[in-house]
Design a protein around this ligand. Sequence first.
Ligand code: PLP
Length: 387
Amino acid sequence: MIKLIKSTFHREAETRRALAEFVLHQDVLSMNEQCRAFEEAFAARQGRRYAVFVGNGSVADLLLIQALLNEGRLRRGDRVGVSALTWPTNVMPLIQLGLEPVAIDCALDTLNVSPYTLEPHIGGLRALFLTNVLGFCDDLPRLREMCRDRGVLLLEDNCEALGSMTAGTLLGNFSLASTFSFFVGHHLSTVEGGMVCTDDEDLHERLVISRAHGWDRNLSPDRQARLRADAGVDDFYARYTFHDLASNFRPTELAGFIGNRQIRYWDEIVGARAAHFARFGQAMAGNADLHRYDLSHMDLVSNFAMPVVCRTPELAGKYRAEFEAAGVEIRPVIAGDITRQPFYRRHVRDTAECPVAGLVHTNGFYFGNNPDLTEDEVATLCELLGG
Ligand SMILES: Cc1ncc(COP(=O)(O)O)c(C=O)c1O
């Protein structure tokens, strides 16, 4: 069986042993120094000024939207573009927090929102919360320029694209802020975990406040002093003073500890996935049954799952059956066309057609791209992709 998720961690055995030791000897297990150290290491590795560690990628998305509302950069009722091909918890926070998602179709050769699919919608948007789908991207520099020219806030959901690069820049660094997931099977696993990155000082402060109850406890002393003066509270009442809308999105110290170990393997993890992706791409190249991707604008493609989009639904049936018969665990291409999902139809009035996401929905599937795939497993997958 070639499972979607092969292991919990990279270098599984040594990571589990180190974690067991840590739990035995560590006093504080709630968010503390390990989490702070992981934030610093992640911000440095990603090349962002700030990183805010949270419980998972879904709440990273929710926290980012809440913080932007608290800051006043987003307002209730604003229209926010999303990728039609994405994960539900990228879109759900918008609905939960009173914004209006606008689904934007993807291009077939990149599976991502492109300047052409964005153009008809950009006029009415306050923000674009772009998903970098499965480690791929379209013309991100041009998308960034379009957003800048039209006064649209650009945000990236980079939960599926850690380590991928285009135009010499890591995905996740094209926007005001970006989110990451460290769920098992994603590029870098802390079992559950997520991050919000930004270079913006004010947004960073709001993220930190909104991550934990709305209090100022995790801010620097000078920022605490300013907020306490504004609220007119002394140091005693400051302990339980709540400055803005929040929830509790904190990670545990265990996740911080694992993150600090796994981040050392960033290059190994990303490199192995990129190498597998290149082999899969070559295997698909001569197969006329499958749509091919054009990612020549990307410097590095690192994905955790490999999408396969067939030319017809019948071929999709055939390839899904062949992969399953060979013992390969497969899934739909993330949530497919998000506008067809029951939650979306129930809560969103937007009825824009997304034909390409629809085609990916009906003709597609994916299988796992894990750094621990064996040579035999990669060969089996390549053979299946060759048709
Ligand atoms: C694009 C995208 N956003 C958000 C998430 C949510 O991340 P998590 O599973 O850590 O909650 C995922 C999860 O796979 C995702 O693919």
